[in-house]
Design a protein around this ligand. Structure first.
Ligand SMILES: C[C@H](O)[C@H](O)CC(=O)C(=O)O
Ligand SMILES: [Mg+2]
Length: 395
């Protein structure tokens, strides 16, 4: 079957929520004194926006085929990622067939390896890759999860990330992951407050509901080990991203030192098969959490997840809305998914990438059946302010 060739690639930046889910207004739980690696500086402790967590904004990539069909995707990366897509990566797409997913990925990655490999560059590669899968699905009139091998279960099951696991329980989620509020710079008192929050939530949700701590790279090994042992008393299911993503040695040590039965999870800021190979070979964690929009897209996630499967490691992607859902439904080693609570008080379910996606599905009673709509099953909301800073055709 011949497909129309790619005739245009466009990259836009959008502000205000969406894929850059940290870009929220005042008073949102996601920016309320959450421990970070910058918490050692008192002036950056209260708000992550104060050190620039939302500085990039959302990247929107559109890929248009010669018959006018458009695939698109959103991730974080903003204006610098627009430059990479328009001025560098578009050359690997224009005039090519949209079925050349592997070759295009390979050329974007190796063509930028001398300045890329991780971070923003791989976010941009991921955005292009996801837009390509969306285009392919729309051209074939099939959902992406069909192209990935088909569903292995009827519906997705979710845990919720947010400040109110007690409310998440009432909304039907299987667990609640809380932001850790205090880091090592806040000493013993901060540690005590962290444990008190966990104890309060445990009391509210009862024994069986999963509770987890998201530590957003804020801790050192000593603090993380102490926190894990104290939190074990309150049945913490996992300790997430406790250390810097570069500290593979620290994670390997933490996994050895964590209480029996508590899972060590990480990987949302890791990228590509090589980064995840390191995490797995060094036995850093029990669950890996690639973000589909940051780790290299679905093309790379498939490779990462196959490695994990052969090692008995679960792959529970970080956030990433429909891009995660279409993947998770196809994998036995991804038995549940994350839902990030975007309501400012974490008291209701809102679409994770609102307002950028139209038709974005959300869990109902903690579950979701995916539709058979083509591609990732969503449309770009053209009412948001799409700004195209560079017009490049890859030159
Ligand atoms: C709540 C965390 O600090 C972060 O904003 C989201 C995250 O790491 C996760 O969903 O996982
Ligand atoms: Mg996390």
């Amino acid at each position: 079957m011949a497909f129309p060739l790619i005739r245009d690639v466009r990259a836009y930046v959008v502000r205000g929520g969406g894929a850059d889910y940290h870009d929220q207004g005042d008073g949102h739980w996601i920016d309320d004194h959450i421990a970070t690696p910058m918490s050692r500086y008192p002036e950056y402790r209260q708000s992550r926006q104060s050190f620039g967590i939302n500085v990039l904004g959302t990247l929107v990539v559109e890929i248009e085929a010669a018959d006018g069909t458009i695939g698109f995707a959103v991730t974080t990366g903003g204006e610098p990622a627009c430059y990479l897509v328009e001025k560098h990566f578009a050359r690997f797409l224009i005039g090519r067939s949209p079925v050349e997913v592997e070759k295009i990925w390979d050329q974007m990655y190796f063509g930028s390896q001398y300045y890329g490999r991780k971070g923003l560059v791989v976010n941009a590669i991921s955005g292009v890759d996801l837009a390509l899968w969306d285009l392919l699905g729309k051209l074939r009139q099939e959902p992406v999860y069909h192209l990935l091998g088909g569903a292995v279960r009827d519906e997705l099951t979710f845990y919720a990330t947010g400040a109110r696991p007690d409310l998440a329980k009432q909304m039907g989620f299987i667990g609640g992951k809380m932001p850790l509020h205090h880091g090592p710079a806040e000493g013993e008192e901060g540690l005590r407050k962290n444990i008190e929050e966990l104890a309060t939530m445990r009391e509210r949700v009862g024994e069986d509901f999963w509770l987890m701590f998201d530590c957003w790279m804020a801790l050192d090994l000593n603090y993380a080990t102490k926190l894990a042992h104290k939190a074990h008393e309150y049945g913490l299911k996992w300790i997430e991203e406790a250390l810097s993503p570069d500290d593979y040695w620290g994670y390997a040590e933490l996994k050895k030192k964590a209480p029996t039965g508590m899972l060590v999870t990480t990987g949302e800021h890791e990228a590509t098969r090589w980064g995840f190979r390191m995490l797995m070979e060094m036995e850093c964690c029990d669950i890996i959490q690639p973000d589909v929009g940051w780790c290299g897209g679905v093309t790379e996630l498939t490779k990462i997840a196959n490695m994990a499967d052969s090692r008995g490691i679960m792959v529970i992607p970080h956030g990433s809305s429909v891009y995660s859902y279409h993947f998770v439904i196809t994998r036995h080693n991804s038995p549940f998914a994350e839902f990030l609570m975007m309501a400012p008080k974490a008291d209701k379910v809102l679409p994770m990438f609102h307002p950028q996606l139209l038709g974005e599905p959300v869990p109902v009673n903690g579950k979701l059946k995916l539709s058979d709509k083509p591609g990732f099953g969503v449309e770009l909301n053209r009412e948001v302010n799409l700004h195209r800073p560079y017009v490049g055709q890859g030159k």
